[in-house]
Design a protein around this ligand. Sequence first.
Ligand code: CMP
Length: 139
Amino acid sequence: MERTLILIKPDGVKRKLIGNVISRFENKGLKLIAMKLMTVTEEQAKKHYSVHSLKPFFDGLVSYLISGSIVAMIFEGDNAITSCRNICGTTDGSKASPGTIRGDFSLNIEENIVHASDSDESFNHEYPIFFNNNEILNH
Ligand code: CMP
């Protein structure tokens, strides 16, 4: 059984897409095992995106993640990482297929509604930034 971290980013929360986004993962059969409506500190955002720290878009990425409330979630299921990334669609919303979250709701690469872990290694780096182990439910 695999786990993945999903964030509904500030644009998704502002546009009142929380329910719509969660439904897509639940409808697929993934199990929600942790969830938090929260704001992110600059330190958390920098840690979350540390792999991109040398990229020219890093500062914008950090400012965007701290610009409003987010929803942090952990979903569990068979091949959860691949399944969730398929549900999200390609990173750039203008290129993402209709029927995916980004394909349906995003027009660009910066404001692309959701984040999804891209590997087990990324998940293990990312989830402790948002959750303590006792906030992950075994149900
Ligand atoms: P996310 O899945 O949260 O992980 C890294 C983010 O970097 C990605 O979504 C995009 O929002 C952002 N990103 C990736 N490439 C670029 C780019 N070329 N310009 C701006 N933002 C980018």
